[in-house]
Write a protein that binds this ligand. Structure first.
Ligand code: GDP
Length: 511
């Protein structure tokens, strides 16, 4: 057995498909998620995707924000079997104010399904999320949804994706009929017709489809797996989530060529997903999912090998070891113990604040994964403390919440009150209500003159000279890395021009 021990492990790993869905609100992400789960036999649980159940009411106050505003703040992982593969669909917060969370979740997937509304084409948020995927060249599969309605011409849509995202498009399926007469798809890759009704050979929709396929052949690139894997070409599927058309085309394709768990770069080497030793990367922290136990859950993606419950893991940032007795799988709002998990899977590891975003866990090897980014915040506010007696407590609480990624924390080098940075204002509400509920600290926010933050790097003496010259606009982040705060984009540009020895970054790689 021992000489073949790694073969079953390898097959367990290569049949993992870990992906996320990216889209603009209303394009149909929720509907498609439900249909995908149904196709994967997880129908019972599919209801939970939308459920605003009683259980949520018992959660802490900031969950109250989620409840009151009917938005999804929490990410979760939905696991299901389909076509011999194990799929992990990483859900992301629906609200754009939590986009930092979404961005980080995208660092834990091997591919993304980009859902586009067939009438609207590429929209703002799709573009933004796509850009995040592009940072890591994540392979993108496109699903053009709502083909059962008045839609743009398929060629025009393909053209728009190609030109506005600078991404090659290769139709994987072609629509049969349009709007009210849309009845199915022709799978270009497998040459199979999938329609909801039998169509005679001379049906006008088939005639139109054959003509269009000639054009496709002549004008558009064929699917090329290498280009897809490199994130340069997207296979495009047409469908209607609501009518369940095209959904299995998409899943079948992910089974056939969806990327298995990728290799992960560490500072000193690249770790292959099929290596027998377990490694994992923490990409997200969620606190107080259960308000009665002030626990934190670190979401870790298994990068290689297999995690078994009870395993001793080395936390490479601190060098300390600990046993994972209660790794958990999350399904929508439910969780259960994970006995084992393979590369590509995501597990939640309860802890009391030792694990941080970007941390690496191994069976003993001293490595640090790279690649979990921080994104420059778009809104900066100064924290105002109402009760000066609580200054120390506030300081500690802010650090904890920043470690979780609720906000980013910047400590001005001139000693002024801390500044928090967020991507969306709702994050400020969450910070305020959690500080009150969990730490008993009431705060308000004051505006700052700053509208932009950039991490700066360069030769040490240049950084020091720059910091001295811009003292009031300098701050340190959670890791004590220097950050320059600018009052406007104009001012930022000018500062960059005047300081050619210094690089300004709107993304910081953690680790
Ligand atoms: P999300 O905001 O991206 O999660 O979008 P939803 O899944 O909530 O869908 C937004 C709206 O579009 C809802 O009213 C859906 O019923 C509708 N919708 C979703 N998919 C389709 C589709 O394929 N065809 C049509 N006609 N409507 C759809």
């Amino acid at each position: 057995m021992s000489d073949t021990a790694s073969a079953p492990l390898s097959s367990d790993i290569t049949r993992r498909r870990t992906f996320a869905i990216i889209s603009h609100p209303d394009a149909g992400k929720t509907t498609l998620t439900e249909r995908i789960l149904r196709a994967g036999g997880a129908i019972q649980m599919a209801g939970n995707v939308r459920a605003k159940g009683e259980r949520r009411r018992t959660r802490s106050d900031w969950m109250g924000i989620e409840r009151d505003r009917g938005i999804s703040v929490v990410s979760s992982v939905m696991t299901f079997d389909y076509g011999g593969c194990v799929f992990n669909l990483l859900d992301t917060p629906g609200h754009e104010d939590f986009s930092e969370d979404t961005y980080r979740t995208l660092t834990a997937v091997d591919s993304a399904v980009m859902v586009i509304d067939a009438a609207k084409g590429i929209e703002d948020r799709t573009r933004k999320l796509f850009e995040i995927c592009r940072l890591r060249d994540i392979p993108i599969v496109t699903f053009i949804n709502k083909m059962d309605r008045e839609a743009q011409d398929p060629f025009a849509l393909l053209d728009e994706i190609a030109s506005s995202l600078a991404l090659d498009t290769s139709p994987a399926t072609w629509p049969v009929g349009r709007a009210a007469t849309f009845v199915g798809t022709y799978d270009i890759l497998t040459k199979k017709l999938h329609t909801t009704v039998e169509l005679p050979e001379d049906d006008a929709r088939l005639v139109q489809m054959r003509e269009e396929l000639e054009l496709v052949k002549a004008a558009l690139p064929e699917f090329d797996k290498e280009s897809f894997d490199a994130g340069h070409l997207t296979p495009v599927f047409f469908g209607s989530a609501i009518k369940e058309i095209g959904v299995t085309d998409l899943l079948d394709a992910l089974v056939a060529f969806g990327p298995p768990p990728r290799d992960q770069a560490a500072e000193t080497r690249v770790v292959k997903a099929t290596e027998p030793n377990m490694t994992a990367l923490v990409f997200k922290i969620q606190a107080n999912m259960d308000p009665n136990h002030r626990d934190r859950i670190a979401f870790a993606r298994i990068c290689s090998g297999k995690l078994s419950r009870g395993m001793r893991l080395k936390h490479t940032r601190t060098g300390k070891s600990f046993a994972v007795h209660t790794p958990q799988f999350f399904f929508a709002q439910d969780r259960h113990l994970a006995e084992e998990a393979f590369a590509g899977d995501v597990v939640g590891i309860p802890n009391h604040g030792t694990l941080r975003i970007g941390d690496t866990l191994t069976e003993g090897e001293d490595i640090q994964f790279t690649g979990v980014p921080h994104f420059a915040p778009e809104i900066l506010r100064r924290v105002r403390l109402d009760d000066a007696m609580k200054a120390k407590k506030l300081k500690q609480a802010l650090v904890q919440l920043a470690e979780e990624g609720v906000v980013q924390l910047f400590r001005p080098q001139d000693g002024a009150q801390p500044i928090v940075g967020v991507v969306g204002t709702l994050q400020l509400d969450v910070l305020q209500s959690r500080l009150k509920a969990e730490y008993g600290v009431a705060i308000g926010f004051d505006s700052t003159p700053y509208s932009l933050a950039r991490w700066i790097t360069g030769p040490r003496e240049k950084i020091e000279a720059f910091a001295a010259a811009h003292r009031s606009a300098m701050a340190d982040d959670l890791d004590d890395d220097p950050v320059f705060l600018a009052t406007s984009a104009f001012m930022m540009r000018r500062t960059e021009e005047q300081n050619p020895d210094i690089s300004f970054h709107d993304i910081k790689q953690i680790g």
